[in-house]
Design a protein around this ligand. Sequence first.
Ligand code: ADP
Ligand code: MG
Length: 323
Amino acid sequence: MPGDEFDIIRQHFVRQPVVREDVLLGVGDDAALLLVPAGAELVVCMDTLVAGVHFTATTPAAAIGHKALAVNLSDLAAMGAEPAWATLALTLPEHHPVWLADFARGFFALADHYHVQLVGGDTTHGPLSVTVQAHGFIRNGKALRRHGARSGDRIYVTGTLGDAGLALQLRDVANEGLRKRLDYPLPRIEAGLALRKYASAVIDVSDGLLADLGHLLEPDELGARIDIDALPHSAAFLEAIEQPGPGPHPPYYELPLSAGDDYELCFTVPPPHCAMMEQRLGMLACGCTAIGVIEQQPGIRCHHRDGSDYPPASHGYLHFLDE
Ligand code: ADP
Ligand code: MG
């Protein structure tokens, strides 16, 4: 592999769609030289996708390239950052030019869309794994964080929830819409940028709404009330659950609470900002939905629109917590 490494880098990762002026030196030297704009903070995050854990043998290489960058851009979105650069550590079991070309195509299509330049990386031999580090900018002191929510703030999510989780469960069922949400998640960059003006706290939903909302509440020892009937479902989600068959487990209406991988943003907004925020995010394709409210009492309580508790007190727990 060492002999191949330079060929791989030259063939797949040197030429790329984005050339930024703030990159003084990109791929090819011992390290990259990058310019951070005056008055901005550098926002840095990293995520790894491991074969057999985060994707399977049937996941298209283009999807792996897309998702490796997308999950990082999602973290930048949750900070309100504007994406700029990425580095890529690739561990490959073999030199497979077609796989690499597809991988690079998926990676660079998304990089191009958000004007992200790949400025370096590492290429090694071993079990397939992909690590991306993404870098972005935020004006000094303006980053959106996981803490900052206050009792009375409204809770919102962008887009729809549960799609990726249902796609994982229905692996063998052909549902293009769900499949696409799992393989090609769309980072909510535009929403993150817009939320800098309105949100008190933001997190991206990678592990499931309840788990990630929990991370928003913990730092300030707050609680939340969630209207389970308000959780946004996609058309593909509703179509899939109407098909005859055993149906997903946990029941579909709980999937948006427990399933991860949707990469939507979950955020809180003080009531005086809600109307303006809703108008602003309503202009984006993903939109946003109000799903609940922050409360002083710690813990997450779910209820139906008519006010009745969910699950009913006699039932005890949500299904997925029973397992
Ligand atoms: P070094 O031995 O100095 O660490 P490498 O031989 O690993 O350098 O890499 C040579 C150049 O290619 C460096 O600029 C590095 O950042 C870049 N590079 C290596 N692998 C990748 C990759 N998968 N994607 C993008 N750039 C890469
Ligand atoms: Mg070197």
